[in-house]
Design a protein around this ligand. Structure first.
Ligand code: ADP
Ligand code: MG
Length: 360
């Protein structure tokens, strides 16, 4: 899924913005202009579609600090999305959080999920509404337009309908993939690579395929994918060679005590493999990017290296040139903060987008 338009009202410094993301988006602008707020908002969208909005807003200190200037009476957003690889229809989704008085609480006001797939195809004149909600009054439409009015006791004031409308008993095939696509938005913050960071310690061997937003499960993810997915292994090897040259040989995962595994890097010039504890910050960050964002930064790495750039500059540059499985990749200029939505590969994309945030 690809977000093609996002309108946000009343969230932190984003009083009223409209944004049309491309496939790769760089957000630039002076400090305090709202770049990170945009990423925070994407996180809020993700959390809301997982049914965790109430707890999330509570963790931010309630509505007061997150509504515009402490004064806005609601936070609203609407988004348009497009399918990639034909798995979803064209959707429009909107959600409104209405603040209750001047306190920290809120309730969901409006919520709509509308599909205009058939309108685009020309087989229907009007878009089809999947979800419609006004406060507690919530309707889920089945395919063939049959209404299913959700009993009020199932409709939580603070959670969106989307998060509960994706169960196996809802006869609407389009809602669950849309909900999953929104839930898959992840905001990755700067990676802690200090000497005592978890990322440098042996990890408990677990099947993990997705890097957590704080990146600290990197070793476990690398182990799962590198040892279980030949394409992933080839991509990592190729990208590491592109960044570090032929000195890079491979990653290995020897067992440590207590069913833990280590990450080690084998270099041709060294007899002993280097453990995660010894790797440079840059190497760990690069592996983090490769695991989080995907494969096709390799070509960009090769080009930069041939041009005689050092590995760190290769990393930074590749970061800005990612063509990958991310359908929405946002690079904030703060160190390595980025957001992704997962999905299928899309190559040869040209509609990159650089958005400038200005002073208020
Ligand atoms: N509730 C709010 N209302 C209005 N402005 C806010 C609110 N919360 C934070 N801000 C402003 O947002 C700005 C920080 O935005 P941020 O996205 O972190 O900036 P950056 O572009 O540096 O990443 C600060 O100027 C802060 O005053
Ligand atoms: Mg910032």
């Amino acid at each position: 899924m690809k977000i093609t338009k996002l309108d946000i009202e009343g969230f932190r410094s984003l009083r009223n913005i409209s944004w049309s993301p491309g496939n790769l988006n760089l957000i630039i602008g002076p400090n305090g202009t709202g770049k990170s707020n945009l990423l925070r908002f994407l996180e809020l969208i993700s959390v809301s579609s997982q049914g965790r909005l109430g707890k999330y807003i509570q963790s931010l200190g309630g509505m007061d600090p997150i509504v515009w200037d402490g004064a806005a009476t609601s936070i609203k957003f609407s988004m348009k999305t497009e399918p990639v690889g034909g798995e979803l229809g064209q959707e429009e989704y909107e959600l409104e959080l209405v603040r209750l008085g001047s306190g920290s609480s809120y309730r969901i006001g409006q919520e709509h999920l509308i599909n205009s797939h058939k309108v685009r195809k020309g087989t229907e004149k009007k878009p089809f509404t999947f979800l419609e909600r006004h406060a507690k009054n919530a309707v889920i439409f089945k395919e063939h337009k049959r209404k299913f009015t959700t009993p009020e006791e199932f409709v939580a004031d603070e959670e969106n309908l989307l998060s509960i409308a994706s169960g196996p008993f809802i006869h609407n095939k389009s809602i669950p993939p849309f909900q999953r696509a929104l839930s898959s938005i992840a905001v990755y913050r700067d990676l802690n690579t200090s000497p005592d960071a978890i990322i440098r310690q042996p990890a408990i061997a677990r099947m993990e395929r997705r890097v957590d937003p704080d990146g600290q499960n990197l070793i476990s993810v690398l182990h799962t994918l590198y040892t279980g997915d030949r394409d992933f292994k080839n991509d990592i090897n190729s990208a590491m060679k592109a960044a570090f040259g032929d000195d890079f040989e491979e990653l290995i995962f020897p067992p440590a005590a207590d069913q833990r595994i280590q990450l080690r890097v084998r270099w041709r010039s060294l007899k002993r493999e280097q453990s995660a504890a010894e790797l440079s910050d840059g190497t760990l960050r690069f592996l983090f990017l490769l695991s989080g964002i995907g494969k096709s930064i390799t070509r960009a790495c090769h080009r930069r290296r041939r041009a005689g750039n050092r590995p760190t500059s290769v990393n930074a540059s590749c970061y800005c040139r990612i063509r990958s499985r991310c359908l929405l990749t946002i690079a904030d200029h703060t160190n390595y903060t980025f957001a992704t939505t997962s999905g299928c590969f899309r190559r040869n994309t040209t509609d990159n987008n650089c958005s400038q945030m200005g002073k208020r």
